[in-house]
Design a protein. Structure first.
Length: 237
């Protein structure tokens, strides 16, 4: 079940409401500050809306996944990968730019770390505006040899599947020992190609989502949560 949050419900009830800055930096919607001596912060998003990123937060129609929910999903994936790739010298390839935050958190959650784990990034693009164009462009190949390696492709979101189909086919032609897909979000409703991610963090509804690395026209990547972008932001784009 996907829990959504209406941003209008986070308006302060009284002008004297106090905001814990440390809790605001934790960027967890509706999650209390549980540190010793900390006070519950139930209106954290209001604090963020008045911060330097306030304009970005105001463009979000609703929050789908809080930072806490994302962290739980990432940690679960890290444990699975640690067990499945022990002794396999995995090569983790993240797709730029959307997956860079997810990959940074993911590799740090892979514990214990498989011996000789390597990582690199690929720049791939298939989005024009709010829709996946279906035509992927690989502007960068891995700087590390992939032949004979067990490759994990890290994606922020799997949409139509066309980009991943092209990428996995290219890697197989280069002689990898295996190639599997790790994605934070899986948008199954948009799939047009018969391809599935091997490791999925969260099942995503058919909404245009931004935050935690995902963008619209190079904005919103820095949001600490994943939310639905308000249509007013792209209807005239």
């Amino acid at each position: 079940m996907i829990r959504t949050y209406n941003l209008q419900t986070f308006a302060p009830k009284a002008p004297k409401a106090r905001v814990c800055r440390a809790s605001a930096r934790r960027s967890i919607v509706g999650v209390p500050d549980t540190r010793p001596g900390g006070r519950p912060v139930k209106r954290y998003l209001t604090a963020l809306q008045t911060s330097n990123m306030g304009a970005l937060h105001n463009d979000i129609e609703k929050v789908l996944y809080t930072e806490e929910a994302i962290a739980q999903a990432v940690n679960k994936l890290g444990k699975q990968l640690s067990a499945d790739y022990a002794g396999k010298r995995p090569l983790i390839l993240g797709t730029l730019c959307g997956a860079f935050i997810f990959m940074a958190d993911l590799v740090r959650s892979i514990e214990p770390v498989p011996a000789d784990l390597d990582m690199d990034f690929l720049r791939i693009s298939s989005y024009v505006g709010t829709q996946s164009s279906g035509d992927s462009t690989m502007a960068m190949q891995s700087r590390l040899p992939v032949k004979g390696r067990h490759v994990l492709v890290v994606e922020d979101i799997v949409d139509t599947g066309r980009t991943l189909k092209s990428l996995t086919s290219s890697l197989q032609q280069q002689g990898v020992a295996s190639v599997k897909i790790v994605t934070l979000l899986n948008k199954q409703a948009r799939r047009t190609i018969d391809i599935q991610a091997d490791y999925v963090g969260i099942q995503c509804p058919d909404e245009f989502v931004v935050g935690y690395g995902l963008d619209f026209e190079h904005k919103y990547r820095s949001l600490p949560y994943i939310g639905v972008l308000h249509p007013k932001c792209y209807e005239l784009s």
